[in-house]
Design a protein around this ligand. Structure first.
Ligand SMILES: Nc1nc2c(ncn2[C@@H]2O[C@H](COP(=O)(O)OP(=O)(O)O)[C@@H](O)[C@H]2O)c(=O)[nH]1
Ligand SMILES: [Mg+2]
Length: 183
C-alpha cells in the first residue's frame, strides 16, 4: 500500500479520514502534531495555514508516495493556490470530504482542486465510509489484497465461465468443417 500525507485547512476532515482509513472508531481529536502512521500521515491544519509551519508538510511529503489535498465539500474558500500541486514531486490527489453535508458544493470544491493542479479527485464521507474503497484501490500496490476486489474478481471469473444465455446452441466441435489433410 502506498503511503499518503493529508493536507488541508483546520476541520477539513483529515483526522476523521485517517481514523476511517485505519478502521478506528470516529471520534473528535484535535491534531496537535504530525501523526506518522503506516499508510497515512495526518497533519494539523495550522501547518497548511501558516507559512512558517508549512515546511514540516514539505518534509513529511518526502516520506510519502502520494500527497492528498483535502477540502470539505462545504468549505467557503480554498487554501490551495492555483498550480500549487506542481510543487510536489509526488502524485497529488484531491479528496473532497463531507460530501453529504446539506451545504455541500461539489462543483466549486472540485473546481478549486482542479485549479490547484489536481487530476484525480475522490469524494468521501468519512463518517459513513462512502468513497473509502476508491482511495484504498488507488493506494493499493501489486500484491496488496483488498477483500472486495478479490470477491469482484472471483465473480467476474465465474461469469466468464458461464454458458452464453441466448437461445442459439454453441456449435460442437463435431459440426465444424473438417480440415482435409495436406498431401
Ligand atoms: N459527516 C461528516 N463529518 C465529517 C467528515 N470529515 C470530518 N467530519 C467532521 O468535521 C469535524 C472536523 O473534522 P477533523 O477530522 O477533526 O478535521 P481536521 O482538522 O482536518 O483533522 C469533526 O467534527 C468531524 O466529525 C465527513 O466526511 N463527513
Ligand atoms: Mg486533525
Amino acid at each position: 500500500m502506498r503511503k499518503m500525507i493529508l493536507m488541508g485547512r483546520v476541520a477539513s476532515g483529515k483526522t476523521t479520514l485517517t481514523q476511517a482509513l485505519r478502521s478506528e472508531t470516529i471520534h473528535y481529536h484535535k491534531t496537535q502534531y504530525i501523526n506518522n502512521y503506516d499508510v497515512v500521515v495526518d497533519t494539523p491544519g495550522e501547518y497548511a495555514e501558516q507559512r512558517t509551519l508549512a515546511h514540516a508538510l514539505a518534509l513529511y511529503a518526502y516520506e510519502c508516495d502520494v500527497v492528498g489535498f483535502l477540502i470539505a465539500a462545504n468549505e467557503p474558500y480554498s487554501l490551495f493556490e492555483p498550480g500549487c500541486a506542481a510543487c510536489a514531486n509526488r502524485p497529488v490527489i484531491g479528496i473532497i470530504t463531507k460530501v453529504n453535508a446539506p451545504d455541500a458544493n461539489l462543483v466549486a470544491t472540485e473546481n478549486w482542486l482542479r485549479i490547484a493542479g489536481v487530476k484525480d479527485i475522490f469524494h468521501v464521507d468519512s463518517v459513513t465510509g462512502e468513497g473509502l474503497a476508491e482511495i484504498f484501490e488507488y493506494l493499493a500496490e501489486e500484491g496488496d489484497q483488498l477483500p472486495w476486489l478479490a470477491q469482484k474478481r472471483q465473480k467476474e471469473q465465474k461469469d466468464c465461465g458461464k454458458q452464453p444465455q441466448n437461445n442459439k446452441k454453441p456449435k460442437s466441435s463435431a459440426q465444424k468443417p473438417q480440415k482435409t489433410a495436406k498431401k
